[in-house]
Each structure stands twice: as structure tokens, then as C-alpha cells.
Design a protein around this ligand. Sequence first.
Ligand SMILES: Nc1ncnc2c1ncn2[C@@H]1O[C@H](COP(=O)(O)OP(=O)(O)OP(=O)(O)O)[C@@H](O)[C@H]1O
Ligand SMILES: [Mg+2]
Length: 565
Amino acid sequence: MRNIRELPELLISQIAAGEVVERPASVLKELLENSLDAGATQIQVALDQGGAKRVQVDDDGAGIVHQDLGLAFARHATSKIGSLEELEGVATMGFRGEALASIAAVARVELVSRARDAAHAWSLAAEGGAARAPRPAARAPGTTVAVQDLYFNTPARRKFLRTEATEFGHCDDVFRRVALARSDLAFSLKHNGRVSAHLAPQPAAARAAALLGAEFAAASVPVEARAGPLRLHGLAGTPQAARNRADAQYFYVNGRFVRDRLLAHAVREAYRDTLHGERQPAFVLFLELDPRGVDVNVHPAKTEVRFREARGIHQFVFHALKRALAPSAAESPVSYATVASQGPAIQAALAMQEPVMAYRPAPAPLPVSEKAPPLGYALAQLHGVYVLAQNEAGLVLVDMHAAHERILMEKMKAGLDAGAIERQSLLVPAVFRAEALQVAIAEDNREALEKLGLELSVAGPNELAVRAAPALLAGGDVAALARSLLAELREFGAAQVLAARQNELLATMACHAAVRANRTLSIPEMNALLREMEQTERSGSCNHGRPTWYQLTLADLDRLFLRGR
Ligand SMILES: Nc1ncnc2c1ncn2[C@@H]1O[C@H](COP(=O)(O)OP(=O)(O)OP(=O)(O)O)[C@@H](O)[C@H]1O
Ligand SMILES: [Mg+2]
């Protein structure tokens, strides 16, 4: 072992740089954040060779006054905070006074800056941590920082850089994150001299469409919710905008892009009923709160945060998002213009071998209001699968099984939320054979089963009897339902089944009972189905995330027949 020695200044900086400057994209992130903090309205980015050769950011922000220039590259020198209180309420992107120092330790940096009322600009170069004396330069007010030859003095790190295309991809991600959050600013991005993005200031939704594509814009709903000092706003993709990869998920806290487990969980929960399987939602969401309620000084790249009121934040985000995602059909007759080849999946769902049950309409009378209902009135049934209806806009096509399933599920969910699903006693108990373990599970989980609308009793050492079943499902094969609930309880336990697996469970139950294909419905039954859809939350898609209805407007039909109007 050698003696303990102090590390040279440059080596300290190079080690620290490892945390902040992982790759060209991290340089870009730091430079962009500095431009935002300087109040820039126009930001231009130029990259060469994926950023490894050059990352340059040019802004029209406040600039740096001459006497501060000497400190720009100094470690732990910042203009943004001066005390612990200020750190706790930090509203700027930067606050550590570390980024430029770290970057200068591993690259050649040139900074040209002119403060708003300065007579001219100053230029300052730093290489391997050492800054030279500033020299007068020509420039309009604002700042340009050019970072060249990243890792020129740390070859071991240079080897970790990927291909030019990959590094550019990471830079593009960073650019996109910043540009999405600040649609009020103008941005441009050039790579190897070619313009790859050019964005004028625009409304947030237009910016999202420009960066995430028109399909996202068309298949997303606005989110806007407030509770005291909390605000959540942005765009939430509907199930139709869902993807196979989590590559369109943007969450910002006070303008800062974050990856936070608490927030990710709240979002996932809010989407749980509407997305099936492994589908990933797309969203751009902004959470605003008092900066004192969130600690951003958790991670070197500042992509993790810690909330003071974690539970409250989770609840707020979950409910706000869920509400935005669950408008009833009556409020927003969505036109599912993108229903593509969903046929086979629906057929598969309908082919399940469950007993045929009648769709029993609630005894609600037809509406007496003069205003036509959004989903219109039923005309006929097609091939025992679709209901055709006429509304003001034109023709409505409803997948009756999917729609009914969604209605049943939402009703049972409401019941469960209120304490228990409504039960109906059976005149004749349904007795079925059960293993000893099933009997034990039935006895041990009496309460959970009752919540789910089932009352079971032991009819013999190897027999169980269903005495009451969910009112909405009674008349179906209640023994089969009981068996599948017992299997679920056995595998996951009551707590899980009632909490984390509640939606899957309700979906299964609803699927058991929903009206099957090839069941003839009368016109009043079809109208009742339409009215219930209008009153049901999330009726736009079934429990598996497929659409339940589709609007063909008169214009769509005219187009089909090449008919001008
Ligand atoms: N584009 C810019 N316009 C105006 N001032 C700038 C710009 N870039 C850097 N500065 C000044 O240089 C200082 C150092 O920047 P640096 O990024 O190193 O630290 P910081 O932003 O304060 O904190 P952090 O390390 O958290 O980013 C800033 O505090 C700011 O005063
Ligand atoms: Mg900074």
C-alpha cells in the first residue's frame, strides 16, 4: 500500500465528471439546461459525429457578465443558489455549479458570452480543466458553448462511446425531452451540418404532435387537474396510442424530465383498466408543485426526485390521470379512425366456450330528452356480433360482446368500490364437486368471496354449494365462476386478488357473463345497451383495450361511394 495523498485537482474533476458526463448526450443536457436557466427564447444545437466531435449550444439568454467569466468553469461555482434555503426551493435546472467544470475536465470547451447590456462579448477557452484568460469577441447578447473532442484526455472512457448513430440517438432523445417541455421556445437541431429539427414556439399540443407524431396527437386526451398547490397537465395517450415499448413516456416535475418509480407506478395504475397485457401507454405529463415539496438533489443527472408528500402525490397523479382517461361515451364520442385488423382478436374472445347468457337490459325507459343520444338508436344486428345504430353523425357500429363486458365490469367495480358486489340469492343452490383444498380456501376466504358477490357453503367433504352469486351474473354458470375465483384465491391470496389483481379478476368475471355472439337481441335490448354504454366510464374500449364501438360518419360513407356533397 502507498501513503495517503491528496488527488490532483484535474483528477478530482475527471472522477467527478464520470457522474455527470456519461456520453455526448449528457453534455447536451447540461448545456441545454444552462440555456433554459438563462431565460433563452431561441436555442440552437449543432452536433458533429454523434456529439463526440462537437456539441454546441447557442442561446439568446442573459449571458455571463465579464467579472463572472473566470468562475464559469470553476467547480462548485454557481449563480443559481447561495444558501441551503435556496437549495431547498430550487426552481432552476442547475444548482450544483459542477456541469461546466466537469465537462471542461474531459473535453475542449469554448464559451462565448455577452451579457444583455455589455458592449461586446467575451470568449473563454478551457481545456483539460484549465481556463485561459477571456478575450473580447463579437456576438449578439447570449451564450455559445462549444464542447469538442469529448474524452480527448481520457482514452479509456472514449472507448465506451458507441457508434455515431447511437450517440446521436441519445442526443436526439435529450433534445426531444427539452423541446417537449418548452413549447414556448424556438429550437433547432443540426447533425453533421444537416438540419434534423426546426421548431417555432407553438402550443404544447402542437409541439407534442411535431415531436411524437400525428397519431399520438389524434389518439390522446388532454389532462388538466389541480388540487391546492398541485397541478397535472399534458396529454395522455388513449389505448389506441399504446405501444409495445415504453418509448413515448415523458413525465416532468416542475419542468424537469424525471424517471421516478412512484410516478411511474401511479401512471401504470391509472392505465390498468384500459390497457391489456404488456402494452405501454404513451404520454407527456407535467406535474407542477411548490419546489420545496420535492428534492431534486438526489441523483447526479437529476433524473430522480424525492417527494415530501409521496403518498399525496401518488394519489393526486393517479386520480387526475384516471379521470382524464375515463370520460364516458356520452361526453366524447371518439371516432376510432385507427381500428386496424382487430377482427381476429375479437373473434377469439367471442369463441370462448362460456354459457350463452341473455343481455338483460336494465328496466330504464328510453330517454325522453329531445336531444338525440350520442350513440343514436339501434337499426339492426349484423351476424350476431355487431349492433348497427344511427346517430346524428351517421352510422355507429358496436361490438356487443366487448361493450357489454365493459359495462358489466364497470358496474361490478363500482359495487366493489362501495364495499361489495351486489349479490343475489339463488333459489336452488348450485352444488359442485370440490377438492379438500378448494373447500378449505372457500372457508378461509368467506369475506373476500362475499365482497366479490359469492356466497359459498360446504355441502359435503367434497362438495361446495353456491348460495348467492353476483346479481349481474346470476343465471350464468355460477359454479364455473366460483371455481375460477377459488383458483385465483389459491394462486394469489385474498389481499392480492382484491387489490392488485382486482381488474383482471373483474374482467374475467365480466367475460363469463357478457352477451355472446349469435345471441339475437331485440331492438329495445340493443337500445338499452347503447344507453348503458353512454353512461359507462371508459366505454370507448373493452376490458382488453380494444375499441367497443366505431363511428362511420356520413362523410366517411360518401367517400366510400365517391359521392360529392
Ligand atoms: N448558457 C448560459 N447562459 C448564461 N449563463 C450561463 C450559461 N451556462 C452557464 N452559465 C453560468 O455558468 C454557471 C456554471 O454553469 P454550470 O452548468 O457549471 O453550473 P450550474 O448550472 O449553476 O449548476 P449544475 O452543475 O447543477 O448545472 C452557471 O451558474 C451560470 O451562471
Ligand atoms: Mg448547469
